[in-house]
Ligand binder design. Structure first.
Ligand SMILES: [Zn+2]
Length: 276
């Protein structure tokens, strides 16, 4: 049972998991039972979640489940690793048209995750990734939705393209992975920084330094489930009910009490995505 850690103590004030993938199973297992996942999270004070679908099947799933579960709002996109594959197969234009259609749903409040991933996609995919990133930025602005950014080993180009295009009013760096300098720059530009379980890892002092300079009004928390399970359960399958571990660790870094951080996360989330 070590893959399903026991539930943490409930948070005193309910928060939002800003970025989760409830359509994705780890290790080819069945996807998690949605109602049970939501109930388990709600029981520990994680009563709202942003479900992110970042390929066509995931985006279709997301547009369906946000109608069935009031705890869920959604995001749709073509992931930075997915866009070059679609472009190679000549399927990108049709896929973008479908994402745009799904994005019109009133409970889809996010365009993303989009951005750049120079870790999993090689140089041959860079141009397609950057084109796709620019397309998603434009879509977020045209639809008035928030933008969620995936940035893996691509900090400089992510920041440059956001400046060139002009970031949407509500821009979130999901699973923030930059250093203290980048955190300051993002905060100055008015972006939101969403921290995942990685901020609890023993070797992540640089990330904790970044969090420590992030204004409370711009802090968010997420799981990125089923990945990035917080300490002390690193390596297990992640799910929204494990958010309290990350929140408590973040409160220590920010030197605020847990209720105050929960209130900030809740308020910030509703400012970015609108009410549930
Ligand atoms: Zn993700």
């Amino acid at each position: 049972m070590s893959d399903r850690p026991p539930a943490p103590a409930p948070l005193p004030i309910a928060v939002v998991d800003n970025h989760t993938h409830l359509d994705i199973a780890r290790d080819d297992g069945p996807p998690p039972d949605l109602a049970a996942t939501i109930a388990q999270a709600t029981a520990v004070g994680v009563n709202r979640m942003v479900q992110i679908g970042c390929d066509l099947p995931g985006a279709r799933f997301t547009a369906r489940v946000v109608d069935e579960h009031p705890a869920l709002l959604g995001g749709v996109s073509l992931h930075p690793n997915e866009a070059p594959r679609l472009a190679d197969r000549g399927e990108l234009a049709a896929a973008q048209a479908e994402i745009e259609r799904l994005a019109a749903h009133p409970r889809i409040r996010v365009i993303g995750e989009t951005g750049l991933d120079y870790f999993r996609t090689g140089p041959e995919g860079v141009e397609a990734q950057q084109d796709s990133f620019r397309w998603h930025i434009d879509l977020a602005k045209r639809t008035g939705k928030a933008l969620q950014i995936h940035d893996r080993d691509a900090h400089e180009d992510v920041m440059r393209i956001l400046r060139e295009e002009g970031a949407p009013d509500r821009t979130v760096l999901h699973c923030f992975s930059g250093d203290i300098t980048m955190a300051r720059e993002c905060a100055d530009r008015g972006y939101y920084l969403s921290f995942a379980g990685t901020v609890t890892f023993k070797n992540a002092q640089g990330l904790r330094n970044a969090l420590s300079v992030t204004p409370l009004e711009q802090v968010l928390v997420e799981t990125d489930a089923p990945y990035l399970t917080p300490s002390p359960h690193r390596g297990a399958t992640n799910a929204p009910y494990l958010v309290p571990f990350t929140v408590r660790a973040m409160a220590g870094v920010l030197n605020v009490d847990v209720p105050r951080l929960c209130t900030a996360i809740s308020d910030n989330s509703e400012r970015v995505y609108g009410p549930w």
